[in-house]
Write a protein that binds this ligand. Structure first.
Ligand code: SAH
Length: 244
């Protein structure tokens, strides 16, 4: 029986892979990866390594999590070194915990390898610090993709009036709703917002606006994209570097 490395692949730029992740990728007998992990990483694998893709970008068709769990489990029965490569960090909306529980219940050994999360690194490439002295003392990372039961929002919107930086992942298709909701709870209409598309990749693009106009400005950006809300967005004027 093999061991599974639940591995963060970082946000896109292949150089943001950790040394430890690179080591397990080079030793892997099989790599199970999805649409957010940079496929260039696979070029680092040894000859004969098997690749299993479990997500399609275009159709947004992704294998149900239960099936992915099963693929990982079966790979561990067959191979010694199994790498489950996930975009960003496995625990930040990465379902790494679910995969770990599934394996533990079946007696499969695993390790987690943290990755650089897009939630912090993508704003950083856009020149937006998630905290900044004198502007904000905390940040929140929130899913913009609510549970399918729309009447029962799991997001405690009332808490979001504060000056925390808010980073929404998986929220581009709900950008209008998110902006409206934030204005509804009392955030100023001119609160700065950035949408960063394909962050840390050569085609990264950032669009800056306010809660009032960001939807019109950013709605057609390609995914993956994340949304940053808060005064820190204005620092981009002084700190932008990657897209220059
Ligand atoms: N575990 C991942 C996040 C998974 S949720 C991490 O730690 O980064 C997927 C969401 O992450 C996407 O919908 C998008 O909002 C964000 N995301 C991931 N990579 C991104 C990138 N390169 N640029 C912009 N957003 C990204």
């Amino acid at each position: 029986m093999g061991k599974v490395y639940l591995t963060g692949a970082g946000p896109g730029d292949i150089d943001l892979l950790t040394v430890k992740a690179l080591r397990v990728v080079r030793e892997a007998d099989v790599i199970i990866y999805d649409r957010l992990a940079n496929p260039d990483i696979l070029a680092e694998a040894k000859d004969g390594c098997e690749f299993v893709y479990v997500g399609k970008e275009d159709s947004h068709h992704i294998l149900p999590q239960e099936e992915i769990n099963e693929v990982i489990y079966r790979s561990a029965l067959k191979y010694e070194n199994v790498v489950r490569l996930k975009g960003g960090d496995p625990f930040v909306f990465g379902r790494g915990g679910e995969e770990g529980i599934y394996l533990r219940e079946r007696g499969i050994a695993f390790e987690f390898i943290p990755g650089i999360t897009s939630a912090i690194a993508v704003p950083e490439y856009a020149g937006i610090p998630v905290t900044h002295r004198g502007i904000t003392v905390s940040f929140r990372v929130v899913t913009g993709h609510e549970s399918s039961n729309k009447d029962h929002s799991q997001i405690p919107w009332e808490n979001y009036k504060s000056d925390d930086t808010i980073i929404f992942l998986m929220g581009l298709h709900r950008l209008k709703k998110i902006a409206n909701k934030l204005m509804e709870i009392g955030k100023p209409k001119d609160c700065p917002v950035a949408v960063i598309s394909r962050g840390t990749r050569p085609d990264e693009r950032t669009v800056v606006g306010t809660l009032k106009d960001i939807y019109e400005k950013a709605k057609d950006l390609p995914t993956p994209a994340l949304i940053v809300v808060g005064e820190v967005v204005t620092l981009r004027e002084q700190l932008s570097w990657f897209e220059k």
